[in-house]
Structure formats: structure tokens, C-alpha cells
Design a protein around this ligand. Structure first.
Ligand SMILES: CC(C)(COP(=O)(O)OP(=O)(O)OC[C@H]1O[C@@H](n2cnc3c(N)ncnc32)[C@H](O)[C@@H]1OP(=O)(O)O)[C@@H](O)C(=O)NCCC(=O)NCCS
Length: 159
């Protein structure tokens, strides 16, 4: 059995998220952003904790109509390459299917080849770019994965 447990992010997690975020991103969200996301409607905010309850990885998403948009996904440096980000993304995919959503979409820095490898191994495709998307001017790539059978939808349209 995995020594990591997944649960919904809760008020009270903000300080651990704030600390983890500064370990993981140069343009870190402050803890209050996480709190605002947890309180907002139509969100999917999950964390993985280790056996001691320490925050190991987190995923924050927001529904945009039938697309679940990934706002944040990160694994703390000491917990990387153990499948944790992939586990959170797979949980999000199961959630999208359960809820009748159509896609998961995210932006990733052009230079972030590690994260791009994670997503493309999971079946995400680059569908566009956002020039100057990040505050420091770096371009973002848009990646998405579809959970509906587009051919079936097309056939229905023809019926
Ligand atoms: C990118 C990130 C979320 C990956 O988290 P992780 O928990 O280490 O990823 P996983 O262990 O689930 O990786 C699953 C697979 O994805 C690929 N992968 C993940 N990180 C990779 C890297 N740095 N380089 C190459 N491939 C990578 C590998 O195929 C990996 O499988 P393997 O370890 O058996 O080779 C983590 O490095 C991180 O938090 N980085 C800083 C924040 C960030 O960039 N977030 C994403 C913003 S879009």
C-alpha cells in the first residue's frame, strides 16, 4: 500500500502549501491564494500527505465549463519521481469522467521539460502557445487531454 494518502485540500493547509510553493516555483502563490481557491465554487483541490501527515504534493484545478483547468500541480523536491504528480493527475482524470467533463487543460513553461514529459506520457497534447504568459515573459504551452470520444460525438452530429 502507498505510504501517501490523498485528500481534499482544507483550510489550515495554507501555511504548508505556502512553504511547498516557495520550494517549487520561482513565481510562488502566497498561502491566501490557496485559501481563496479552496473557498471558491467549482474547484478541485487535492493534496497528498506522507504517513506523518506532511504535505508531499498538491493539485489545484478550476472548472471552466466542461474543462477542468489545472491551476497548480507540484511535488515537493524531497518527494519527486515517486509517481505523486501522476497519481494526482490520474485522480483528477477520474473526477472529470465521473462529473461528465470533457477535457483537462493546463499551461506549462516552455522550459519545463520535466513537467511536459509527465503530461505527454499521460496522453496530453500541445494544442497551442501563449506568448509571454508568465510574469517573467516566458511563453506558456497549452496542453490538453480529452475524455470524450470525439468520433462518437461527430457520428451523433451526423445522425
Ligand atoms: C513536474 C513535477 C510536478 C513532477 O512531479 P513528480 O511527482 O516528481 O512526478 P511523477 O513522479 O509523478 O512523474 C511521473 C513521470 O513523469 C515524467 N517526469 C516527471 N518529472 C520529470 C522530470 N523532471 N524529467 C523527466 N521526466 C519527468 C517521468 O516519466 C515520470 O516517470 P518516472 O519517474 O518513472 O520516469 C515536479 O517536478 C514539480 O513539482 N516541479 C516544480 C513545479 C512544476 O513545474 N509544476 C508543473 C507546472 S506546469
Amino acid at each position: 500500500m502507498s505510504r501517501f494518502a490523498e485528500r481534499k485540500a482544507l483550510r489550515g493547509d495554507e501555511s504548508a502549501l505556502d512553504e511547498a510553493e516557495r520550494e517549487c516555483f520561482s513565481d510562488a502563490w502566497p498561502g491566501r491564494f490557496f485559501a481563496a481557491e479552496m473557498d471558491a465554487p467549482r474547484r478541485y483541490c487535492q493534496v497528498l500527505t506522507d504517513s506523518g501527515g506532511q504535505l508531499a504534493a498538491y493539485l489545484f484545478c478550476a472548472w471552466q465549463y466542461l474543462d477542468l483547468h489545472v491551476l497548480k500541480v507540484a511535488t515537493r523536491p524531497g518527494f519527486r519521481r515517486q509517481g505523486l504528480a501522476q497519481r494526482l493527475m490520474e485522480s483528477a482524470e477520474a473526477f472529470v469522467v465521473r462529473e461528465g467533463g470533457e477535457t483537462i487543460t493546463l499551461e506549462v513553461r516552455q522550459s519545463n521539460t520535466g513537467a511536459q514529459a509527465l503530461y505527454s506520457n499521460m496522453g496530453y497534447h500541445i494544442v497551442g502557445s501563449r506568448p509571454g504568459y508568465y510574469a517573467d515573459g516566458e511563453d506558456g504551452l497549452v496542453m490538453t487531454k480529452m475524455f470524450t470520444d470525439s468520433e462518437a460525438l461527430y457520428d451523433e452530429g451526423l445522425r
